[in-house]
Design a protein around this ligand. Structure first.
Ligand code: GDP
Ligand code: CA
Length: 332
């Protein structure tokens, strides 16, 4: 296969991509050769503006992870990070103080913001940032338009009993501990795919939905008008890997947001939510973890090829084995 396209969020997607590139470079994934090219369509609905800076957490997580700049322990932000800017802002009493804005990381946001203000679209800015990091993939934002996920949360102090916060506030400040009532993706319906996004899907030999958040990562990418159409018309197989293992997200907040969206928190629930391409959905195949082997018949019954294999991304070798299983599933 020459071209593989992955629809990615931040940490789950980046970890998966690291394993995919490992499999390619070590020729350990049948079907993928050393010249296989990977294009990543990155979620931008987590993006926010803070202290005058445009922050793109998922694009940066992919870029830093694949470019060797990530703090591996945290899974986000720069390694060997210091926090003087954050401390100085707090000393001025400037809100928000809960967002982790590291000194090294700030340089990325400064470059990005300056370029955006000079009139470059996010896709061009991302390409420029990647020239430093050489992530080994083509990284495309899903859209150049401003799209932001907001979460409606229960708030007994508000007259309406609820309050709407930016996704980052829900996740970082509230730690997703407050019940979520609804997820609203502001600007999504009127957004257009960034240059290259549709072509990356229609021209791919394989499209992968990695174990990324089905609501606020893959869900928002699928919501960009034109992306679903590209997935239904591509000649490539579309295969996904469940981010839900044994009825729960491995790390993150998918449980809360799936519940708010009315999707069952299970490997089968997410696969059926994406649906079979043969009946208007996006999947040809769906891998579930061995703990969820009993989900396979229901998925197959819905027209989705399914199999159960270990899906914990413990290291690059284990993740590359997941890629092999995904390809095998849709190559039969
Ligand atoms: P985020 O943008 O940083 O939240 O990252 P993503 O959206 O790309 O991925 C987050 C999701 O990845 C989580 O909600 C988990 O469900 C899933 N995840 C994380 N680690 C693993 C793993 O080792 N195996 C599987 N199957 N899923 C994982
Ligand atoms: Ca994210």
């Amino acid at each position: 296969m020459r071209n593989v396209t992955v629809l990615s969020g931040g940490m789950g997607g980046a970890r998966f991509l690291r394993g995919l590139l490992h499999g390619i470079s070590t020729s350990t994934v049948p079907g993928l050769t050393k010249d296989t090219h990977v294009t990543v369509i990155g979620n931008t609905a987590d993006d926010t503006w803070l202290h005058g800076l445009k922050i793109c957490p998922d694009l940066d997580t992919v870029m830093y992870t694949l470019g060797g700049g990530i703090d591996d322990e945290r899974g986000w932000g720069r390694r060997a990070e210091t926090w003087s800017v954050k401390e100085e802002l707090a000393a001025y009493g400037v809100e928000p103080t809960w967002f982790g804005l590291g000194d090294r990381d700030v340089a990325t946001h400064l470059v990005r913001t300056q370029m955006l203000e000079a009139g470059y679209p996010l896709s061009v800015v991302t390409e420029a940032l990647c020239r430093r990091w050489n992530p080994g993939v083509t990284l495309l934002p899903m859209t150049d338009d401003r799209v932001e996920t907001h979460v409606a949360v229960t708030d007994p102090d508000s007259p309406s009993g609820r309050r709407v916060v930016h996704f980052q506030e829900y996740w970082v400040r509230m730690r997703a501990e407050v019940p979520a009532e609804a997820v609203l993706t502001v600007g999504l319906d009127s957004s257009t795919p960034a240059p290259g996004v549709v072509e990356a899907i229609t021209g791919a030999d394989l499209v992968v939905l990695p174990p990324s958040n089905p609501v606020v990562s893959v869900g928002t990418i699928l919501g960009v008008p034109g992306v679903r159409e590209a997935l239904s018309s591509t000649t490539a197989k579309v295969v996904g890997l469940s981010p839900i293992v044994a009825g729960s997200h491995v790390r993150g907040m998918a449980n809360q947001l799936l519940t708010a969206t009315g999707v069952e928190v299970s490997a089968a629930g997410v696969g059926l939510h994406y649906g079979a391409r043969s009946s208007g959905g996006v999947l040809d195949g769906w891998l579930v973890d061995t703990a969820d082997a009993d989900a396979v018949p229901a998925l197959q019954g819905a027209g989705i090829a399914a199999a159960a294999v270990p899906l914990m991304m413990t290291d690059e070798t284990a993740t590359a084995a997941m890629v092999s299983a995904a390809i095998e599933l849709v190559s039969a």
